[in-house]
Ligand binder design. Structure first.
Ligand code: AMP
Ligand code: MG
Length: 417
């Protein structure tokens, strides 16, 4: 894709818009998973493994009882029935962590609890409800077969087996398994460090009340949550910058993050400095994308930093993050590139119109078993953050399609969780 020249577009509008697919392909090939770092298993939830994990030990490391009951020799129970129980000598007790040290001989039984080592000589466990203790003897009311109710050494994890593969995003149960095989720490893909630069003279900091002609910055808080969702971490607290080229240039040049998100000033207006500045400091690879509502989006590189120019309009900012910047964060973190939303296939209750050559991201509501686009006054959609809080999700119309008709089954990306 051609490198854009910003001076061609300022106050003139975009000449040509890049196709979404071409931009995502470009981002994809510049967003390889970062190198590994070692973290303790307790801090590895959600992180992505770089190396295979091979068990060095067996779990369990010994044969053990799978139920509370009595360890014994299975043949001793042959023919036992509730009406004609067989008597065995109760020789002792095996508890978890406190094994019975003797041998279970023919005609003997040992009281045993779940997880306790099966004593030598025993080959089965009679469940507690089929035994009755009477004056130092066990009355057996049912036969058991060899191996019954015994959990064998290595039954959970065999030594030498690969329990987790590289690329695995660690689940809570994976961490439990790693603990069980005695792995103290793991190598995981480093979390991309993301810096957020918020630009706009009209903006008040998060936490303020809107006042006069000034509005409160919504984007830094929204972007920070999106970055965390996608496996990134903030390199530092978001910066709020006025529409002054020098201030924005200094912030861009001094960042040491893997990804820089610039909110606002990304378009072709007189106060839109970011595209020109990134072109000066690095390479502006994309400026202007054929997507609604996020067309004034840019993608650049400064050194090894990936820089995303996100529109200030909060809905466009969300859309541009999800489709482009989030893709980079997810891929750098070693995660799947796909949008991290649950999808549902539902029929449309009303048509969606689009044009060939542009991808549309359409906010929708789900009504029981169908989906409908949100109605909005023309031209206001990108600035209304309440439209994305009222929406249940969105539908994308790819650039080759003119839209969808009533009854078409569409894939809804659901905003939840
Ligand atoms: P810009 O992309 O800078 O041209 O801004 C487009 C619109 O989004 C303007 O109405 C801005 O006031 C608004 N805007 C820009 N940045 C933010 C922000 N961080 N939070 C909320 N609204 C914003
Ligand atoms: Mg602005």
């Amino acid at each position: 894709m051609a490198v854009c020249r910003f001076d061609e577009v300022r106050m003139r509008g975009f000449r040509a818009l890049a196709a979404v697919e071409a931009v995502t392909a470009l981002i994809d090939c510049r967003s390889h998973p970062l190198a590994g770092e070692t973290v303790s298993v307790g801090a590895a939830a959600g992180r992505v493994l770089t190396d295979p994990i091979v068990a060095g030990v067996a779990v369990p490391g010994f044969d053990r009882a799978a139920m509370d009951g009595y360890a014994l020799q299975a043949p001793d129970t042959a023919g036992a029935a509730p009406c004609s129980p067989l008597g065995l000598v109760l020789a002792g007790e095996s508890l978890p962590g406190r094994a019975f040290s003797g041998l279970v001989r023919q005609g003997q039984a040992v009281r045993i609890m779940t997880g306790a080592p099966l004593p030598d000589g025993a080959d089965a466990v009679l469940p507690v409800e089929f035994g009755r203790e009477e004056a130092g003897r066990l009355q057996v009311g049912r036969p058991v077969s060899p191996g019954q109710n015994v959990s064998r050494r290595g039954e959970d994890v065999a030594p030498g087996c690969q329990v987790l593969s590289p690329g695995r995003r660690l689940r809570p149960q994976d961490l439990g398994l790693l603990r069980s095989i005695g792995v103290p720490d793991v190598s995981v893909v480093r979390s991309p460090r993301v810096e957020i630069l918020i630009t706009g003279d009209e903006l008040l900091p998060p936490g303020a009340l809107p006042e006069g002609h000034r509005i409160v910055d919504s984007n830094s808080t929204m972007l920070a949550a999106l970055v965390a969702r996608d496996g990134g971490e903030l390199a530092k607290a978001p910066s709020m910058l006025p529409d002054q080229p020098d201030r924005i240039r200094t912030a861009l040049a001094s960042s040491d993050a893997d990804v820089v998100l610039v909110s606002g000033g990304s378009s072709v207006g007189r106060e839109d400095h970011a595209p020109f500045l990134v072109a000066e400091l690095g390479k502006l690879l994309v400026h202007g994308i054929a997507v609604r509502p996020a067309s004034p989006t840019g993608f650049a590189v400064i050194g090894r930093r990936l820089v995303f120019l996100l529109p200030g309009n909060p809905v466009s900012c969300l859309c541009a993050y999800d489709l482009f910047a989030g893709l980079a964060v997810r891929c750098l973190a070693g995660r799947a590139p796909e949008l991290p939303y649950r999808t549902r296939a539902l029929p449309l209750a009303r048509p969606i119109t689009s044009v060939v050559g542009r991808t549309d991201v359409v906010r929708v509501r789900i009504q029981e078993d169908h989906v409908e686009p949100l109605l909005m006054a023309k031209g206001t959609g990108a600035s209304l953050l309440s439209s994305v809080t009222q929406a249940d999700g969105f539908v994308t119309v790819p650039d080759q399609a003119e839209g969808y008709m009533t009854g078409d089954i569409v894939q809804v990306f659901v905003y939840d969780g």
